[in-house]
Design a protein around this ligand. Structure first.
Ligand code: ADP
Ligand code: MG
Length: 411
């Protein structure tokens, strides 16, 4: 990566308006594009879906496959630097792009995050620096490795090494028979078996790191999942015990430094019972991009995770972000567009949408919808960032919002 900043609104070396590109056109790409545009950059998106959320708002949308040579060539022609919004972008495509343009995060960093076996090995390497380790685990790639799995990893969770998300590609197992059946069910692809940990809570940390090695950490997010999908993120003093929060931030910085990472990185952690009446921290997984749990930064911090992604990519300064309001983020899944009988509300004669007018009447409610043209149960349609003057006020507003939307109350 060149250290010369790509200044917004300037003419680039290509003689064109300075343009930032993104591989992937989902909501994360859309919010990256919006942040880049707010700063004055032109933007380009590569995503095969003609109606992708990011493609709809970017200056240019290249709707080819991610590994299409012509598509990649067009993206390079349009852009002065390129990032990614999802970890499953083919690493060879990033290598091709990286040969001609600054690409952040690098193909190597994305490749580590794509594969749970490599990812966990990296976390183990960072352990002596960070003091934080993954849950005990074993890689399962062959019948021999399956047979050699230590008994103390059971009960556990089998996870496919690649392509898992939102709890998909995972099976909980109690004994060796269930383990063997689960590996069969998952198609005998490379997997990890992880020991089932006594979770007290879950949290995550976003860091942004520049090509010059400068790294800043955002406040630690407390996450609540429903059915394996992030439902709520709470970020305020006391949401995560201060000592664990400091350790989680230091660990995330160590993980980013050790990879020589450039861009925005999110690392997920488990807070577990340490068996001595206290808590310990376990590192779970990482995402080489902004993360759903970091959306609160858009309205509660003086730097959003998407602007941080823009700055890291463009080689602009990354001052430490400051959270100026307690925050609760509520994920808006497609289920909210269906009625209690599972009937698609939008398709009915009287189109029914979630009660936004009532929600937005509450102070400190910020709606972000991703422009997806159809709702499906479990599909991420948007999120709501709630801010307020105090933790009590934010929790009170969130409680009202959740009731209006018919969602489970705060824990
Ligand atoms: P995904 O890629 O689907 O987010 P994760 O590895 O984060 O996969 O697992 C999804 C969820 O499953 C976690 O957020 C946590 O609630 C639960 N989980 C995963 N691994 C463990 C474990 N070793 N022990 C207990 N719960 C776990
Ligand atoms: Mg996860």
């Amino acid at each position: 990566m060149s250290l010369k900043p790509l200044l917004p609104g300037a003419l680039s070396d290509r003689g064109q308006q300075m343009t930032l590109g993104v591989m992937g056109g989902g909501q994360l790409g859309r919010m990256f594009v919006q942040a880049a545009q707010a700063m004055g950059y032109f933007t380009a998106v590569l995503d095969p879906d003609p109606a992708s959320p990011a493609g709809l708002v970017a200056h240019w949308h290249i709707d080819t496959a991610y590994d299409d040579e012509q598509g990649l060539a067009q993206l390079m022609q349009r852009c002065d630097a390129i990032t990614t919004e999802f970890e499953n972008v083919p690493a060879p495509a990033l290598i091709t792009l990286g040969a001609h343009r600054p690409v952040a995060p690098s193909a190597n960093c994305v490749a580590v995050a794509q594969d749970r076996i490599q990812e966990k090995a990296h976390f183990v390497q960072c352990g002596p620096v960070s003091g934080v380790y993954p849950a005990p685990y074993a890689a399962i790639e062959t019948p021999e490795l399956l047979a050699a799995v230590p008994a103390d990893l059971l009960p556990g969770i089998v996870k496919t090494a690649r392509l898992g998300y939102d709890g998909k590609g995972q099976v909980r197992v109690k004994n060796r028979e269930e383990l063997a059946a689960a590996w069969d069910k998952l198609g005998r692809v490379p997997c990890v078996l992880e020991k089932l940990m006594p979770l007290q809570s879950e949290c995550s940390v976003i860091v942004a790191r520049g090509a010059d090695g400068q790294v800043v950490a955002f406040p630690v997010q407390k996450n609540t999942h429903h059915d394996g999908i992030l439902a709520i993120t709470e970020v305020y003093d006391g949401a995560v015990p201060a000592d664990l929060a400091a350790r989680a931030q230091a660990s995330t910085v160590a993980i980013a430094n050790h990879l020589n990472y450039v861009g925005v990185l999110c690392v997920e952690y488990f807070v577990v019972d340490n068996g001595k009446g206290g808590s310990d921290l376990i590192v779970n997984e990482m995402a080489p991009r902004p993360h759903n749990s970091g959306h609160y930064t858009q309205n509660a911090c003086d730097l959003s995770q998407f602007e941080a992604q823009v700055r890291a990519l463009a080689g602009l300064p990354l001052p430490p972000p400051r959270q100026h309001s307690p925050a609760i983020m509520v994920n808006l899944l497609g289920d909210l567009w269906f009625d209690a009988n599972g009937v698609r509300a939008q398709a009915s004669e009287q189109p029914l949408s979630p009660p936004w007018a009532q929600v937005l009447a509450l102070p400190g409610t910020n709606l972000h919808l991703y422009g997806k043209l159809s709702a499906r149960p479990g599909r991420k349609m948007g999120h709501l960032n709630i801010t307020g003057a105090s933790v009590a006020q934010v929790r009170e507003t969130a409680t009202k919002v959740l009731a209006l939307l018919g969602l489970p109350a705060l824990g």
